[in-house]
Ligand binder design. Structure first.
Ligand SMILES: C[S@@+](CC[C@H](N)C(=O)[O-])C[C@H]1O[C@@H](n2cnc3c(N)ncnc32)[C@H](O)[C@@H]1O
Length: 275
């Protein structure tokens, strides 16, 4: 992607870059053992990988993302912040190109809902993460859960994300998937980001989210942002804005055993879906 493309993306994402320091706060909750190998899945602009580098003094942090444009942005942010230990690669989270047991820790920040659109895919993802972690390795999962949305404006933000394209899972579903895929949850915490977009920023957010799908993945059948805006504008204006990514839930889990074969759960989960 050329310089112009990078500038357009950066302009809109300013609220997202910092998120009120929540990435850093979460990185500080991870037990520090210097010299470890970390992997950040769905790294996007690379901000969480770069926080891990700053806070944990690792040997290396590898950030992976399916979207080439995000990997390029992450590399640029790494150069801008004089990163020496982070490296970014285009890769699919479901098919990690690493040997088993190679990482001491895996993180994923606000990416679960983009990577997994249903329960079977969350089980597959957790199984793949379990595979690349060493025994006792950490899994740091930061995500948005629907039950944390308290205000009408936060609930509307989740509805819009889901309308455009996102899967959300409850804390119970996530905890159960973690435990069944070989993890033990050691800590659970909840962080407000304080993000509240005014209606014009909310419009830019909707345009960005819709257009990004084509820019990142070449999707031609992405939702048209004007149609999405027309649908949600009255409610956004009535609420005076949109609280996007307002709450982040953080699970700190440890690999306590190898994951069971995912196929077992996929059959079981698909039987739970009502006909
Ligand atoms: C909201 S963004 C990431 C946020 C980022 N972790 C941060 O801290 O700002 C979610 C990312 O997940 C990526 N993603 C979606 N599906 C993926 C997959 N199958 N494998 C890897 N990355 C994926 C998207 O390309 C997108 O960049």
């Amino acid at each position: 992607m050329g310089e112009r493309g990078l500038r357009v993306i950066r302009e809109f994402q300013s609220y997202y870059d910092d998120l009120n320091g929540v990435r850093r706060a979460i990185a500080h909750r991870i037990p520090v053992v210097p010299g470890q190998r970390w992997l950040d899945i769905g790294t996007g602009d690379g901000w969480f990988a770069l926080e891990i580098e700053q806070v944990l003094a690792p040997r290396v942090v590898v950030g992976i993302d399916l979207a080439r444009c995000e990997v390029e942005l992450a590399r640029q942010h790494a150069r801008d912040s004089s990163s020496r230990l982070s490296t970014f690669v285009q890769m699919d989270a479901y098919r990690l190109g690493f040997p088993s047991g190679i990482f001491d820790g895996v993180g994923t920040f606000l990416a679960l809902q983009d990577i997994c659109l249903d329960l079977p895919s969350m089980y597959r993802l957790f199984g793949e993460i379990n595979r690349v972690l060493r025994p006792g390795g950490w899994f740091v999962l930061a995500t948005t859960t629907p039950e944390d949305a308290e205000t009408p404006s936060q609930k509307l933000a989740l509805e819009i994300y889901q309308y455009i394209r996102a899967g959300f899972f409850t804390k119970t579903e996530i905890r159960e998937a973690l435990e069944r895929m070989g993890f033990q949850v050691e800590h659970l915490e909840f962080y407000p980001t304080g993000v509240n977009l005014d209606p014009e920023e909310a419009k830019a957010f909707i345009q960005f989210e819709c257009d990004w799908l084509e820019r990142a993945y070449g999707w031609r059948n992405k939702p048209d942002w004007r149609m999405v805006w027309a649908r949600f504008e009255p409610r956004i204006r009535a609420l005076g804005g949109l609280e996007v990514d307002a709450k982040v839930t953080f699970f700190l889990a440890r690999k306590v055993r190898m994951a069971n074969p995912v196929s077992e759960f996929i059959v079981e989960l698909s039987q739970e879906v009502p006909a």
